[in-house]
Design a protein around this ligand. Structure first.
Ligand code: 5RP
Length: 218
């Protein structure tokens, strides 16, 4: 199976976690695009979605699925999103698609985070994928110095501003052995909007697409 076929497999499988008639949280990326398409095929559809990006909002609306603001809901039963990396504890690196801040807001609203990913995303230790960090523009240089001091190689993502209008720093060369501690520390640096470590808001369930089918990791 191709990587895209594995993504389609888990995008469809995630529908089992979606209550018809409910409001569902929807992430961002090529795997989530398959999930959105599967939402469009549900015989009894969801009442609406809270979306983590302009890109997902457009895809949902094109299928006639109403999109609500995060401020309009008190809770989401389930939030379905992809990941750039996921470890055995459900901790993730996210933000490859620059949507990490809104993704964390959706994850925070959700009772259950269902991660959908192809098997290439499963790692023992987070950090092979460059860690995305959304920052306030005037803090870029200081935050890059902080990452360099801890042994990382930071660079500003070229020609990208998030949906919130901020730059992204990608940090290579980190071996994230304690995701919760590193997330907590980076969150305290002035100018950090969001760090792409999802440890506090880790996945409750991961649907992993493999050549032998969907593996459910809890
Ligand atoms: C976007 C994300 C995505 O979930 C992550 O980049 C995975 O994307 P894809 O499904 O295209 O591999 O965090 O900010």
């Amino acid at each position: 199976m191709t990587q895209d076929e594995l993504k389609a497999l888990v995008g469809q499988a995630a529908i089992a976690y979606v209550q018809p008639g409910s409001i569902v949280g929807v992430g961002t990326g090529s795997t989530v695009n398959h999930f959105i398409d599967a939402l469009g095929r549900m015989p009894v559809r969801v009442a609406g979605a809270v979306s983590s990006s302009v890109q997902s909002t457009a895809r949902l609306k094109a299928l006639g699925i109403p999109v609500l603001e995060a401020n309009d809901v008190t809770r989401l039963g389930v939030y379905v999103d992809g990941a750039d990396e996921i470890d055995a504890h459900g901790c993730m690196i996210k933000g490859g698609g620059a949507a990490l801040t809104r993704e964390k807001i959706c994850a925070d609203l959700a009772d259950k985070f269902v991660c959908i990913a192809d098997e290439s995303k499963r790692v023992d230790v987070l950090g092979r994928f460059p860690l995305p960090v959304e920052v306030i523009a005037i803090a870029v240089a200081q935050i890059m110095r902080r990452f360099a001091a801890m042994g990382g190689q930071p660079s500003v993502r070229a020609n990208v501003l998030t949906d919130n209008g901020h730059p992204i720093i990608d940090v290579r060369g980190l071996s994230i052995t304690d995701p919760e501690a590193l997330e907590r520390e980076i969150n305290q640096w002035p100018g950090v909007v969001s760090v792409g470590i999802f440890a506090r808001h880790r996945a409750d369930v991961c649907l992993l697409g493999t050549s032998s089918g969907v593996q459910t990791l809890t």
